[in-house]
Design a protein around this ligand. Structure first.
Ligand SMILES: Cc1ncc(COP(=O)(O)O)c(C=O)c1O
Length: 395
């Protein structure tokens, strides 16, 4: 049979995300592998999780916990999360109606945005405030739901929020605000004043909030995490999103969660139900047990601060300009004193020539810019961090 290839199904498909290609994380990690470079680009730990956690999973696998978990997550894990959240933030979420276990924070972010954003709400698409630089999954999720991202640009070195700019961008169409603290890629952390400023904007409007708090346990120099749930005005309208991947060095397990008041959780669960239905079962039981010991997450600030400082000590003699990161496991540095190259070109050159892969921060912006900033992930073994810093210092 002769097949006319021009008529083959798919040729007219087009794209719902015409601007999305291969992500920078895939590009840089591939380049790092090809050139045998130290990979400080993608945000995942270079070391294993606790053997205790692995044993717990093995225990539940062998016990036969291998079928679908309940749609909203196994009760033991939701109860453990409710206890942890109350201990830590003094906020009570009902494990039955207000806590949902998801397949990673990425799924939870998508489900929350999908639950809120509509293409034709008030005679036009909903607008969503996005602080840029922004984690890469936010904007595609907004656009797939027919919403329009409205950017508030944060600039180096401190990436502080100018709340007057935020107020100026609010319109009748604003339906959602996306928050990320501690922040990827900048390591910036929100203060109580930021929470008050946001509350003053939303308190008398129909505006909801998705708060991506996946680095909630990784803060430095004695800082505290100010979760949006701790502010009553914000709590009642916020989907708080977390991830066990970042907290317990298990990014490959893809298990996250959403804490939200009942009315919000009802809508959230409708979407989650048809995105994944439920999340991997034996891991949920293992995490429920592992969460009983708070030290497992309370030791994270010291653990990562030591790594941050080790990396920064190694960079002291270099020509990079460094603002120590406040939280997350990312360090941004300015190379303005070293070269005029665009950040993407420099990131590629450093990978090939000195064998250290990083992420150019311009990729996290919608607005074209030339801030000359690179992001390094320091969730790696000490010897690797020391070697990477030594190589970078020779520039
Ligand atoms: C800010 C932020 N949100 C969400 C995620 C995704 O988390 P998960 O792996 O649990 O989907 C990441 C992962 O890098 C992240 O940095």
């Amino acid at each position: 049979m002769n097949i006319d290839k021009s008529k083959r199904a798919g040729n007219g498909l087009g794209s719902k995300l015409p601007n999305v290609g291969t992500t920078i994380f895939t590009v840089m990690s591939k380049l790092a592998t090809e050139t045998d470079a130290i990979n400080l680009s993608q945000g995942f730990p270079g070391f294993d999780c606790s053997p205790e956690l692995v044993s717990l999973v093995e225990h539940y696998l062998r016990k036969g916990f291998n079928q679908y978990a309940p749609m909203v997550g196994v009760p033991a894990l939701r109860e453990a999360l409710a206890r942890k959240t109350f201990d830590q933030y003094n906020v009570a979420y009902d494990p039955d109606t207000e806590i949902t276990i998801t397949s990673g924070a990425t799924e939870a972010i998508f489900a929350a945005i999908t639950a809120v954003v509509r293409p034709d709400h008030k005679a036009g698409p909903d607008e969503v405030i996005v602080f840029e630089p922004a984690y890469d999954s936010y904007v595609p999720a907004i656009e797939l739901n027919g919403g329009v991202p409205v950017y508030v640009t944060l600039t180096p070195p401190d990436y502080a929020i100018d709340w007057q700019v935020v107020r100026n961008k609010i319109t009748d169409r604003t339906r959602l605000i996306l928050v990320n603290t501690p922040h990827n890629p900048t390591g910036h952390v929100w203060t109580n004043d930021d929470l008050d400023q946001l509350a003053a904007i939303v308190h008398d409007r129909d505006i909801w909030i998705v708060s991506d708090e996946v680095y909630e346990h990784i803060l430095f120099d004695g800082r505290e995490h100010h979760s949006l749930m701790t502010h009553p005005v914000l709590q009642e309208r916020t989907f708080v999103i977390g991830s066990f991947g970042k907290t317990f060095h298990i990014t490959g397990w893809k298990i996250g969660y959403c804490l939200a008041p009942k009315e919000l959780s009802v809508e959230f669960r409708k979407i989650h139900q048809y995105l994944t239905f439920s999340t991997v079962t034996p891991m949920q039981y293992a995490l429920a047990d592992y969460l009983k010991e708070p030290e497992h997450y309370r030791q994270l600030p010291d653990f990562y601060q030591r790594k941050r400082d080790l990396f920064l000590d190694g960079l002291r003699g270099s020509r990079f300009t460094i603002e120590p990161t406040e939280g997350s496991f990312f360090q941004t540095v300015s190379y303005a004193a070293i070269t005029d190259e665009p950040d993407y070109d420099l990131a590629v050159r450093l990978t090939k020539e000195i064998g250290v892969a990083s992420i150019p921060v311009s990729v996290f912006y919608n607005q074209k810019n030339d801030y000359k900033i690179l992001r390094f992930c320091f969730a790696k073994d000490d010897a690797i961090l020391a070697e990477a810093a030594e190589r970078l210092s020779k520039l």
